[in-house]
Write a protein that binds this ligand. Structure first.
Ligand SMILES: [Zn+2]
Length: 411
């Protein structure tokens, strides 16, 4: 029997269990914010992996660190290891178990999964509890099927991806707790796509500071909102300049350029008859992999500095809210080639190489090892009402993960 057939048989035998485990995960509402029921969810994954025979470690993010982000414990990361018959390469699988809140518009109960027409519905089915279940099925197939492999497959199951990942994958990477030759993140790429890049984000809060005065005598004050109006218009003009840049990464055509969006949140003034002393707007700047966060921030500061030279009364504060770098993995990396072979073996055709407009935990892992994104859900299903995943795709992804592990680890 070929390896491909053995893997197919082993994973198909786990189909029922894989679907049920996805359902069990969805039933634990790990909505973030605020980030709840994490302990129950981690315990469920840990006990499943221990039953399969993996060594499991739980890492609690320290309270002091959480406080910096205004978060409360517990925030728990799970690490698990499956060792092959001899020394060799190592491959890491990563998934986040937090989900975005259910939101409005559901025709089904978001936390009581149902199956209809071959699809499993529930919050997190696509993003990305389905992928976690597929990864667990893959290590079970590796552990139980009569397939020899060398080296080590490891897993990390983390919280808080949906709020930036700093206390999940970011924490593990910062503490040096993840080591491998390559990594696969299970974000919903769809089974026909292999994501090798994503864009980055720089979020800023910009505040103009004026001087309050009675509105009947505005000449005695400095109007922070009027000052901000100039800043907003000049920053929005950066769009034209950004449109001239285009990434070489295989991103979808409509997201190949960097972007800037000003005014997601705006606030200023206290009363109708008081000259506003402060005005704040947020800026969302998206970066292509060729750009750095430092360059993007400097470009914005430069616009403000120019305005300040023209208007000595202009006082501006710039506060970073979030910094997430873009990420890209070379198409020449072994993990990319290995995933392409695995997808082709499992689905009959090679995946389309692509990238994601949003940012993911790939950016943390990518600083240590070549990382790709591959998961059974579809990106358009993430964060929407009636989120669902194809059951066949859960099974296919488990086959792909298993085949990729065998291929990559036996190099
Ligand atoms: Zn996700």
């Amino acid at each position: 029997m070929s390896v491909k057939d053995k893997v197919s048989e082993a994973v198909e035998a786990l189909r029922k269990e894989l679907v049920e485990f996805t359902e069990e995960l969805i039933r634990i509402p790990t909505a973030n914010p605020p980030g709840e029921n994490y302990d129950r969810c981690v315990e469920l994954i840990a006990s499943r992996l221990e039953e399969i025979g993996l060594e499991v470690k739980l890492i609690e993010v320290p309270e002091e660190k959480l406080r910096e982000y205004g978060l409360s414990p517990p925030r728990i990361c799970l690490l698990a290891y499956l060792r092959g018959s001899s020394k060799g390469s190592s491959l890491h699988f990563n998934g986040h178990y937090d989900v975005v809140p259910a939101g409005e518009g559901w025709t089904k109960n978001p936390f009581e999964p149902v199956i209809e027409g071959g699809k499993l519905y529930g919050r997190g089915s696509a993003d990305m509890k389905g992928a976690i279940a597929s990864m667990v099925a893959a290590v079970e197939a590796l552990a139980t099927a009569d397939i020899d492999f060398s080296g080590e497959a490891s897993l990390s199951m983390v919280p808080d991806e949906e709020i930036g990942g700093f206390n999940g994958t970011g924490y593990l990477v910062e503490q040096g707790l993840v080591k491998a030759d390559a990594a696969v993140v299970g974000e919903p790429s769809g089974i026909d796509n292999l994501c090798i890049a994503h864009k980055g984000a720089l979020w800023l809060e910009i505040t103009t500071v004026g001087k309050a005065a009675h509105a009947s005598m505005p000449h005695l004050g400095i109007n922070a909102v009027e000052k901000m109006a100039k800043v907003v218009l000049e920053l929005a003009k950066l769009s034209e300049k950004l449109r001239e840049r285009k990434t070489k990464a295989p991103m979808p055509e409509d997201v190949k350029t960097p972007t800037i969006m000003v005014g997601g949140v705006i606030s200023g003034g206290v009363k109708v008859n008081v000259v506003p002393e402060r005005c704040s707007v947020t800026v969302d700047r998206r970066l292509i992999p060729e750009e750095s966060l430092e360059e993007a921030e400097a470009e914005i500061v430069e616009v403000i500095e120019r305005l300040r030279r023209e208007d000595p009364e202009l006082v501006v504060e710039v506060k970073p809210l979030l910094k997430a770098s873009a990420a890209i993995t070379s198409e020449d990396e072994e993990i990319v080639k290995s995933m392409i072979r695995a997808v082709e073996a499992a689905t009959g055709k090679p995946p389309k190489k692509t990238g994601i407009a949003g940012f993911t935990d790939m950016r943390f892992l990518n600083t240590l090892m070549p990382t790709v994104i591959y998961g059974p859900g579809r990106m358009e299903m993430a964060h929407v009402a009636d989120e669902c995943v194809d059951i066949d795709d859960l099974v296919t992804a488990a086959k792909v993960y298993t085949l990729c592990a065998i291929d990559f680890l036996s190099r």
